[in-house]
Design a binder for this molecule. Structure first.
Ligand code: NAP
Length: 351
């Protein structure tokens, strides 16, 4: 399929370009960004921050304005747009019959838009049928969650299915790449921890509840979960670490039962054989010093969820840490996996 990238010059846009090189199903045919970049050659418009060379065929492409009329012949677009522009632009593409697979926050909580992590809530893609961007259903929007809600929902899903989740106390240690480019000023972050990320904490609870919602009669039924998050920025490059303490609705008999819950969890999309699926979705580390972002964030192409420090909590039921690559599993890689699931499920329609 021919794909376009909106916000192609940003941190997430660059990750899309990197991950889509040699993708067996998707070929990048169009790159869009703001008016600052439109009309320039891609290598002149962007500051390439990936640690692999910029592919020649991409470097020489002309950056387009993010208007549907500029994206003729494109089957769908991935969006890494800044949220200040995403609402209007993504809506315009969907109305023009070009499906959008987005990383931006703007449509995530719309009740007709799937907020999707394929291993957590693949059945939510049915919501697309409720969307009204086009009369014939050719244009629609699917979103992926905030880069904390992704690892959190993946870690909570097996627990929620077995015991139910009542309360979560969460502290995040988020890598600098999560702030995009140029992101946090070096004088703020080097040798430091910043105990606040603007706009981050308020997204975590509603997105996690939506991800864990039951899908019944065409509607989502979200669980009531109490969640208190403290989001901090730390000087790692990639890989958000989460420290969670969880109260379950039914108490586990012991730590072994919790471990077995993770080990026995069945990946609902395992049989689909999607190109970006990791072999092992959840890796539970036994060593107390693992996981670590520098050692583990890139494992399985950056698509694996790492759990560690699993222990019985003296305050609630259990405590653990979870870690995943924020711009791959938490952004571009997650969006590509969403697209693969949608292709396999036959959601794309031709006009
Ligand atoms: P970024 O590096 O700041 O890139 C933003 C992109 O949006 C650039 O390509 C920029 O183009 C484009 N843009 C800005 N204003 C525009 C406009 N008015 N019209 C068209 N294009 C416009 O940000 P990022 O970190 O890649 O994040 C992109 C999106 O993904 C955001 O919505 C963010 O919240 C979300 N997200 C990021 C992460 C992460 O870990 N970084 C994770 C999950 C979700 P120019 O270069 O031309 O300005």
């Amino acid at each position: 399929m021919n794909v376009g990238i909106l916000g192609a010059t940003g941190a997430v846009g660059q990750k899309f370009i990197r991950l889509l090189q040699n993708h067996p199903w998707f070929k990048i045919e169009a790159l869009g960004a703001s008016q600052r970049s439109a009309g320039k050659q891609y290598n002149q418009a962007t500051n390439w921050i990936e640690d692999v060379p910029l592919p020649d065929d991409i470097a020489s492409k002309t950056v387009l304005e993010c208007r549907p009329s500029e994206f003729k012949g494109i089957d769908f677009v991935f969006s890494g747009l800044d949220s200040s522009a995403a609402f209007e632009i993504e809506g315009a593409f969907a109305k023009a019959g070009i499906p959008v697979i987005s990383n931006a926050k703007n449509y995530r909580m719309d009740e007709t838009v799937p907020l999707l992590v394929p291993e957590v809530n693949p059945e939510h893609i049915e919501l697309i049928k409720n969307q009204k961007f086009t009369n014939n259903g050719s244009g629609w929007i699917v979103t992926n969650p905030n880069c904390v809600a992704v690892p959190l929902s993946m870690a909570l899903k097996p627990l929620h299915d077995t015991f139910g989740i009542e309360t979560v106390i969460l502290t995040t240690m988020q890598a600098v790449s999560g702030a995009g480019y140029p992101g946090v000023a070096s004088l703020d972050i080097l040798g430091n921890v910043v105990p606040f990320i603007s706009g981050e904490e308020s997204k975590i609870k509603p997105e996690t509840q939506k991800l864990l919602a039951n899908f019944e009669d065409g509607k989502l039924n979200s669980p009531e979960i109490k969640l208190q998050a403290t989001a901090t920025r730390i000087p790692t490059i990639n890989g958000h670490m989460l420290s969670a303490t969880v109260k379950l609705r039914q108490s586990p008999s012991d730590l072994e039962e919790i471990k077995k819950t993770f080990l026995n969890w069945k990946n609902p999309i395992a049989k689909l054989d999607l190109p970006s699926s990791p072999e092992q979705v959840i890796l539970v580390h036994e060593e107390d010093r693992y996981p670590q972002p520098r050692l583990h964030a890139d494992q399985e192409g950056g698509m694996q969820l790492h759990i560690g420090r699993l222990r019985i909590s003296e305050v609630f039921d259990i405590s653990f840490v979870a870690m995943a690559h924020n711009t791959i599993r938490g952004a571009a890689g997650g969006a590509i996996l969403n697209a693969e699931l949608l292709v396999k499920k036959g959601i794309f329609k031709k006009d």
